[in-house]
Design a protein around this ligand. Structure first.
Ligand SMILES: Cc1ncc(COP(=O)(O)O)c(C=O)c1O
Length: 470
């Protein structure tokens, strides 16, 4: 008899349990969590047992042009065969120059900054490459420090800018900061993020109250930068009022501070525009990019107005900000192909169109479960539905149960928000109407099942759910 086929899922989870730091992968095999990914194509992911799932996460927003987009994979493969690695800040390769130029054209080259009320024309952007998103954030924070000479940074509660020691100064959530607080320089001051209207009333409700909050966060002359996500992603898909970015821009200009927009989640078409700041016409001084930039290779970029970036001294042979893999050739090749695909398939516009369908679908859910839904938010293919308990508090349990129930039914979704109370919908921008219809049927079925089961379950016998985090 031949050997039995090893159960790859149990084998992999067992190895992770034994050999990976225990804080990383949340394991709850009894509840079927997690599934072990084997391959992914377009909007679908296959696990080690051969089962396919519809992916409404785009794997943290990365797979914007679809998982394993053939043109992107081809570009990466070709580059691997040609030049697998170059020398970050020493001997470059051609694609690093091409991508830097492309990112400059795609951002500051398309944006027109107004000066004294008049358009001042497009500018050139300059780039610092990194690997992870948080590195782009840290490059932007350092740039602002050099350009203004001021160390202070204003950031927003609920914002997420990554967990490197520098980025943690701007990422407010205690979960990530508290264990290391005594090692942080604490140059960040935090202000409430304005809520998205009556369903999300937290935070400043008017421009005047936001300005007061910003004034209150400042000691004279110490703030060099404001950093914000144009829309908070991990903070719970929170879409601020349209005056938010213009207000930040004005305040920063008035106080000689720089405006850093973290578009690591929102960039590259996610919100129905190439970059989320384009919805309000606000041009930042520095923009942080990552995730969908390559569709799946660890590459990030901080792009800044040339005048601001030139605060860095000219290289004299030993760069003061660099890393071994800076501007990796495979990442650059994939990024150029990914941007070409986003353009060819007109994915930002497609995201805007599909986003309206998704919003309508989520609103229909809200009508079905008015007591359970506290808000629906959607801009392009960045959407969320927030769950509340009968006492009005965030319903973490329902959100987490829902994620596990839809997984059992073949759909991948993730909870977002400080209490994981928001079901996030951030699929590849290639999602089709038929796929969304399938997801919506799945959500309806899962909610019927869960809400029905909860009504009949005694509160005493319900186990406290554990909260898978990303
Ligand atoms: C807005 C934003 N900024 C920064 C980051 C950090 O990126 P990374 O995890 O690649 O370091 C994330 C990650 O989710 C993010 O959503």
């Amino acid at each position: 008899m031949s050997d039995p086929i090893p159960d790859r899922t149990s084998e992999t989870l067992g190895r992770l349990q034994r050999y990976e730091s225990r804080n990383i992968t949340f394991l709850d095999p009894g509840a079927g969590w997690p599934v072990v990914w084997k391959r992914a194509r377009g909007c679908r992911v296959q696990d080690e047992s051969g089962r396919w799932y519809l992916d409404l996460t785009a794997a943290f927003g990365v797979a914007a042009a679809g998982h394993a987009n053939p043109a992107v994979v081809r570009a990466g493969r070709r580059q691997m065969g040609e030049l697998l690695h170059a020398m970050g800040d020493v001997h470059p390769h051609a694609l690093k120059g091409r991508l830097a130029m492309e990112l400059s054209r795609l951002t500051f080259g398309r944006w027109t900054r107004r000066r004294a009320g008049r358009p001042a024309g497009p500018e050139t952007g300059k780039v610092i490459f990194g690997c992870s998103g948080f590195e782009a954030v840290e490059a932007a924070l350092k740039t602002a420090r050099l350009a203004t000479g001021r160390p202070g940074v204003i950031a927003f509660r609920g914002g997420y800018h990554g967990v490197g020691y520098g980025a943690l100064n701007a990422t407010e959530r205690g979960h990530f900061r508290d264990p290391f607080r005594d090692q942080l320089r604490e140059f960040g001051r935090f202000v409430d993020f304005p809520g998205a209207g009556p369903d999300d009333p937290s935070g400043p409700a008017t421009e005047a109250s936001l300005e007061r909050a910003l004034d209150g966060a400042r000691a004279p002359g110490d703030i060099g930068a404001i950093i914000a996500e144009p829309m908070q992603a991990r903070g719970g898909i929170r879409i601020p009022p349209p005056w938010f970015l213009p207000c930040l821009r004005r305040w920063a200009d008035r106080h000689g501070a720089l405006l850093i927009l973290d578009e690591i989640y929102t960039g590259f078409g996610r919100t129905g525009a190439w970059f989320a700041c384009e919805h309000s016409g606000v041009v930042p001084d520095l923009v942080c990019l990552g995730k969908a930039l390559t569709g799946g290779f660890p590459l990030s970029a901080c792009v800044g107005r040339a005048r601001v970036m030139d605060a860095w001294p000219e290289a004299m042979g030993e760069a003061i900000h660099t890393s071994t893999y800076l501007g990796h050739p495979v990442g650059c090749a994939m990024a150029l192909a990914q941007i070409a695909e986003l353009r060819r398939l007109d994915l930002p516009r497609r995201a805007a169109r599909m986003g309206r369908r998704i919003e309508a679908g989520l609103q229909a859910l809200q009508h079905r479960f008015p007591d359970r839904v506290s808000r629906v938010s959607a801009v392009g293919l960045m959407a969320g539905i927030a769950w509340r308990r009968a006492d009005g508090g965030p319903d973490t349990a329902l959100s987490v149960d829902l994620m596990q129930e839809v997984l059992r039914r073949g759909v991948l979704m993730l909870p977002e928000g400080e209490h994981s109370e928001v079901t996030g919908i951030t699929p590849p921008l290639t999602l089709t109407e038929a796929q969304w219809a399938q997801a919506l049927r799945c959500l309806n079925g899962a909610l019927d099942h869960l809400i029905g089961a909860r009504i009949s379950a005694s509160p005493r016998t319900r186990a406290t759910p554990r909260r898978p985090r990303r």
